[in-house]
Design a protein around this ligand. Sequence first.
Ligand SMILES: Cc1cc2nc3c(=O)[nH]c(=O)nc-3n(C[C@H](O)[C@H](O)[C@H](O)COP(=O)(O)OP(=O)(O)OC[C@H]3O[C@@H](n4cnc5c(N)ncnc54)[C@H](O)[C@@H]3O)c2cc1C
Length: 438
Amino acid sequence: MKVIIIGAGTGGMCLAHGLRRAGIEVAVHERDRTRTSGLHGYRVGISPNGARALKACLDPELFATFVATTAAPYTKLAMLTERYRPLISIDFADLPHTSGDPEDGEHNVSRMTLRQVLFTGMEDVITFDHRFTHYTQHADGRVTAHFDDGDSDTGDLLVGADGASSRVRRQYLPHATHTETGLVAIGGKTLLTERSEQLVPEQVRHGFGMYFDRRGQFGITHMVRMPYGSRSDDELLARWPGLRFDNTTDYVSWAITTSRSIAPADLLERTGADALALAGELSEGWDPRWLDLIATADPGSTVALGIRTADPVPAWTPSTVTMVGDAIHTMTPGRGAGANTALRDARELRDRLVRVRDGETALLEGVGEYEDLMRRYSSLAVRESLEFMNDNGTARRPVIGPLSVMAQRTSMRVVDRIPPAKRRMARGMQKVRDSELV
Ligand SMILES: Cc1cc2nc3c(=O)[nH]c(=O)nc-3n(C[C@H](O)[C@H](O)[C@H](O)COP(=O)(O)OP(=O)(O)OC[C@H]3O[C@@H](n4cnc5c(N)ncnc54)[C@H](O)[C@@H]3O)c2cc1C
C-alpha cells in the first residue's frame, strides 16, 4: 500500500510519521519549502488530543524533542473585562487531566519549531515545491495526484492534508463549503521584558488572558516563555538536533477580535504599523496597559485574519481519496482545537491503515470507519469553536446589547465563586481538546 499525502502541515506530517513508523510507504507533496503565512511565527496550543496523537505517531526520541522544545506551560486562564477587572480565573492545575504524562497535558509550542520537529528525518518522504492541482481516480481505485510542474505521483490512497483552502476537498466534495463568520482579528507580538510583563494582568503573567469589552469585541494574551534560557545555539543543537530556527525569544502574543460591522472595511489589508494603529483604535477605552502593550508591539509581527468556519457536510461514500485537518473541517480559533483535531485525524487514520496493512480490514472499510468517527468529533469541535466566538455577538445588538454584557459579566462572576460550577465550565471548555473527557 502506498499513501500520498498532499500538504506537509501539522496533520499531514503527523500522519506521514505514523505511517512510516508502521512500515507503510508514504509520500508527502508540499507546495512551500518555507512557510510565510502570518501565523507561522506564532504559538499553537497542543492539547491532550494533539499530544497523544504525536506520541502515537512520532519516534519516541522525536516526541521527547517535541516535549523539550515546548514553551513554559500555563498556570492560569483568566477572563477579564477590557478594563482588566476580573470575571473568572481558572487554575490549570484544576483542569481535568488524566495523568501527569506529557501526552496527557497541554503544551505551548512555537509553530516554527513544531514544523522543524515534524520535518526531522523525513527528507526522503517530502517533495517540496510540488503544488497539487488535481487528481485522477483509476478503475482499480488507485489515484494519481498531479502537480503544477507537470509531475504526478500514483498511490493506493490520496490524503488531502492541504489546509483550509484544500484543492483536494474542492475536487472531491465541492459542496463542502465554508462560511465567513463576520469576525476579523488583528494579532501581534510584544517582546517579553520586565516592563511589558507589567502590561498584562498579574493573574495571567504565566497564562492565558481573555478580555471582553462592551461592544462584543474580545482580546487575548498568551505568555510565551521559551525553555531555552541563556544556553547557546550550539548547546541547543547538540541537545535537540533539528532545532534550526531561532525560536528562543520570549514574547506576549495578543490579538483583538472584532466584527466586520465595527471594523473598517480594509482591516484585512492592513499590515505593520497601520495594523497596530487600527488595533489601538479598536481598543479605545480599554485599560491603558493593553493599549501600551499594542503600541509597543513589533509592527513586523502583525497579522490580520478573517475567520471562517466549515459548514456541516452530509456523510459521503468512502473511496481512495480522503482528508485530514483543516482540509475537511476548518474551524474558528475559539477553542484552540484546529491543529489538535488535525493531529487526532492523523492518528485515527493511521490506526485504520495499520489494520488494512495487517489484512484485518479492507482499505475502503478502514477509510469509511475513519471518516465516520472523524465527522463525529470534528463537527462537535467546529460547532463548539463557532459558538464560543459567537457568544459575544449579542453584545453588538442595539438595546439588548448592554443588558447581555451585564448579564454575561454577572454570571461569570457568580461561576467564579462556585468551585463546582467553575470546574464544570472548565471541563466543558476542555471537551473538544481532550476526547477522554467526553
Ligand atoms: C489565530 C489562530 C490561532 C489558532 N490557534 C490554535 C491552537 O492554539 N490550537 C489548535 O489546535 N489550533 C489552532 N489554530 C488552528 C490551526 O492553526 C489549524 O487548524 C492547523 O494548522 C491545521 O493543520 P492542517 O495540517 O490541517 O493544515 P495546515 O497546517 O494549514 O497545512 C496545510 C499544508 O498544505 C500545504 N498546501 C496547501 N495547498 C497545497 C497544494 N495545492 N499543494 C501542496 N501543498 C499544499 C500548505 O503549504 C501547508 O503546509 C489556530 C488558528 C488560527 C487562525
